[in-house]
Design a protein around this ligand. Structure first.
Ligand code: ADP
Length: 301
């Protein structure tokens, strides 16, 4: 197979692992900087170019599109889809998962457990929004936040109101969520590849931080998940339409609740904690599925 990986930084652990796994299995893989790709959007002959050369002849694409470049990155990916290159995750699915509100609405529609979540544009309704989320303590999240930045625990109605007002004043979108205290500053990340959970880890927050993000100093260990957690992760991946993703869940009193489905999960934490060759499983998935022109949407939508 000839594989193209769209990634800004080929040096990252995850990107190197994917390149090594592909080469070990005898495939050709080339990494292109997503933002340096440019397109010729012409009917019948969609083209992708890089440094004056046409990008052609690829069977599969591994999109590693960071949250800050979703807009341009999904356009580049769509172009490849229109050229008939099989995407590990489709551009539409990545777009869905990047919009926290949209993904929560889709997960809710499919009956997947979620923390009770409220959202409003108008700050006049702040009291009611806090009420809907079950009253304080509540977690207030920036819709555009990643790696735990912009996730705030407000313990009293007074602090919740001032945090909500501050965020709104800064003209950023937020959602207000029930605080799952019983999760005890831990969460579960299940790595899904092609309809299977291939690895799972539990992350714990550093010190007294309620956020368990590894980027915030949290630690990770291998964990055996329950059948219900496994099926929740798989249903969440399916609901988003993602072949490969990291499903973040909290263990609540009312069963597993999904916080987020990540379409470009990092592999360092999970491979180190579990010793599973996730990169190899991703390449194996492409071997089974990357047939020319097999993309479902061919860039539509
Ligand atoms: P990000 O996408 O920025 O990582 P998350 O929504 O995943 O933000 O939240 C970061 C961390 O905060 C989670 O990993 C979890 O440990 C904690 N957290 C988030 N939402 C809740 C919640 N509703 N109840 C309890 N803890 C939460």
């Amino acid at each position: 197979m000839k594989i193209i990986m769209l990634a800004r930084n080929p040096e990252l652990y995850t990107h190197q692992r994917l390149v090594d796994a592909a080469r070990e299995r005898g495939h050709e893989i080339n990494v292109y900087d997503t933002l340096r790709c440019y397109m010729n959007i012409t009917s019948h002959r969609p083209e992708l170019r890089y440094g004056g050369e046409k990008i052609t002849g690829y069977d599969a694409v591994i999109p590693r599109i960071g949250a800050s470049i979703t807009f341009y990155g999904t356009a580049v990916l769509r172009q490849l889809e229109m050229m008939g290159v099989y995407p590990l995750n489709e551009s539409v699915a990545i777009g869905r998962s990047r919009d926290k509100l949209r993904s929560m609405q889709l997960l809710a529609r499919d009956g997947i457990g979620l923390p009770v979540t409220a959202f409003a544009h108008d700050t006049k309704m702040t009291d009611e929004v806090i009420d809907i989320a079950g009253g304080t303590p509540v977690v207030i999240k920036l819709l555009e936040g990643t790696q735990g930045i912009g996730v705030v625990l407000a313990e009293t109605p007074r602090s919740a109101k001032s945090v909500i007002e501050a965020f709104r004043g800064a003209k950023v979108n937020i959602l207000v969520q029930e605080f799952i205290k019983e999760a005890g500053s831990t969460d579960i990340r299940a790595l899904v590849v092609g309809g299977k959970v291939v690895a799972a880890m539990q992350r714990s927050g550093a010190g007294d931080d309620f956020r368990s993000n590894l980027h915030r100093g949290g630690s990770a260990e291998k964990i055996k998940i329950t059948a219900e957690e496994r099926s929740t992760a798989l249903r969440a991946a399916k609901s988003m339409g993602l072949n490969v993703c990291g499903v973040d869940m909290l263990r609540s009193n009312h069963g597993p609740v999904v916080m987020e489905v990540n379409s470009s999960p990092g592999l360092e934490g999970v491979e180190t904690a579990t010793n599973v060759d996730v990169a190899g499983k991703i390449i194996e998935f492409l071997e089974k599925n990357a047939k020319p022109g097999k993309t479902k949407t061919k860039g539509k939508g």
